[in-house]
Design a protein around this ligand. Structure first.
Ligand code: ATP
Ligand code: MG
Ligand code: ZN
Length: 451
């Protein structure tokens, strides 16, 4: 099938007869790699193309098996669907292999084994990890192999309860001459695995490496080929990891799971709010607790602000970690204009404690209060949580899910919630007792209430 060479964008799969510095399809720079031009097989149903009457279709698809780790079950939408292909992407070293070895351990039954294929680590290396995770008598079979056709034939013979491929970038098909990790190979691997999964009803986990900018070696281009796409994220300097859903053909994409990386592997964090607030300082100006929504669940996080006079006049610093930079700039401008502070000579730093990111407008009121608390050098009430979007005239606007936010604050022992006045009516009939809910309609009102 070889006809010469072609340049393929490793980000989106765009093919061009000549090299391009920038892909004309997706606009990424330096993503064109020369590959031999060859036919890439297409995943076709092996059952042929006869039309089937809707009511005669058997309900075999959609059958789920539970994964031992409960939060993973939830993220998948209530268990692992037989025959589904799940892609798990994550940065190097984040814990992808750890997570899937734990899942393999849980899935391996007495009769049916789990096949864990590694294209990047030796069996001894994996065993070392397994020892740490407490693997003993489970029927987990390890296979160190990079040849796709061999993997498929072993899996076909073994008929495992689940198949893990670690990672999709290291496996290659002998049908193609391009090297492992190129977009053609990654697609071919996914295609063949997809067919195996559907034909034998074996659920498959594909691990994919991605870098921060998401370009390297194209798992991005796989997202439409697989059934479920999960993202495993975390901060290098923190122990917690977040498993998120980007796509799910069998469930919602709003769930997420939070884990702590420990000596004995990933442990689900049962009470994430308590976990992220555990080191909150006592009576420090500039610290505020915000009741935010992560996925579908409420989460309390601490936002910290530090305002201090700048050393270099005329060029004050503005830094925010874990918050949207533009939104922060807007809120700072608003505090200057509407509340009457001048930040011209001040450096302003903002941080979400614990390395979390908060990207919803409901955190606005918290950001504003943290900054003002730091400027005034007066701590906010310690037993207070806040939420609310702030508009450009300094008005506090209602946000979604006020009940869940208030209840989460109450369950963590907070005594007061400062919230949008517009949300108060949604609390009636919700049996909210034991916590005071203070509604405000502007930042000014909020300030007179607390200071
Ligand atoms: N003894 C240990 N105690 C706690 N954490 C550990 C220990 N050993 C390893 N880890 C954690 O496990 C992480 C590596 O996990 P793992 O190998 O599963 O990641 P990965 O995403 O598969 O990486 P790669 O990209 O190299 O395949 C390390 O970054 C570290 O945080
Ligand atoms: Mg790994
Ligand atoms: Zn492209």
């Amino acid at each position: 099938m070889k006809k010469g060479t072609v340049f393929v964008c490793q980000n989106c799969g765009f093919r061009s007869p000549k090299w391009l510095g920038r892909c004309t399809m997706c606009g990424e720079y330096n993503t064109m790699v020369e590959e031999l031009e060859e036919e890439v097989s297409v995943a076709l149903s092996e059952t042929g193309g006869e039309p089937v009457l809707y009511s005669e279709i058997k309900e075999t698809a959609g059958q789920r098996i539970p994964v031992g780790i409960e939060p993973v079950n939830n993220v998948l939408g209530g268990g692992l669907v037989l025959g589904s292909v799940v892609l798990i992407g994550g940065e190097p070293g984040i814990g992808k292999s750890t997570l899937l070895l734990q899942v393999s351990k849980d899935l391996a039954g007495r009769e049916q084994p789990v096949l864990y294929v590694s294209g990047e680590e030796s069996l001894e290396q994996i065993k070392l990890r397994g020892d740490r995770l407490g693997l003993t008598g489970e029927k987990v079979y390890l296979l160190a192999e990079t040849a796709l056709e061999r993997i498929v034939s072993v899996a076909d013979r073994m008929n495992p309860r689940a198949l893990v491929i670690d990672s999709v970038q290291t496996i290659f098909s002998s049908k193609l001459t391009s090297s492992p990790g190129t977009i053609s190979q990654v697609r071919e691997v996914t295609n063949q695995v997809f067919r195996l999964a559907k034909n034998k009803q074996i659920p498959v986990f594909l691990i994919g490496h991605i870098t921060k900018d998401g370009t390297l070696a194209g798992p991005k281009s796989l997202e439409h080929m697989v059934d479920v796409v999960l993202l495993f994220e975390g901060e290098r300097d923190h122990n917690h990891r977040v498993l998120r859903v980007l796509k799910n053909r069998f469930g919602p994409v709003s769930e997420l799971a939070i884990f702590e990386m420990s000596q004995s592997g990933l442990k689900p964090i049962d009470n994430p709010s308590a976990f992220f607030l555990r080191e909150r300082p006592k009576n420090e100006p500039g610290s505020v607790v915000v009741s935010t929504i992560k996925g579908t669940r409420p989460l309390l996080v601490e936002i910290q602000a530090l305002v201090s006079s700048t050393l270099f006049s005329g060029n004050p610093r503005r830094m925010s970690i874990g918050l949207d930079h533009y939104r922060v700039s807007m809120l700072l401008a608003l505090v200057e204009k509407k509340i009457g502070y001048s930040f011209a000579g001040e450096d302003i730093y903002l941080n979400v404690a614990g390395g979390l990111t908060v990207d919803e407008p409901a955190a606005d009121l918290g950001v504003v209060l943290a900054v003002i608390s730091s400027v005034k050098n007066i701590p906010l009430p310690r037993e207070m949580a806040v939420f609310g979007e702030v508009g450009l005239s300094g008005e506090v606007r209602s946000v979604s899910q006020p009940v869940a936010r208030v209840k989460e604050a109450r369950s963590l022992g907070f005594e007061l919630v400062l919230m949008p006045e517009g949300n108060l009516s949604q609390l009636t009939g919700e049996n909210i007792t034991g916590i005071k809910c203070l509604g405000v309609n502007s930042v000014k009102k909020a300030l007179t209430q607390i200071f």
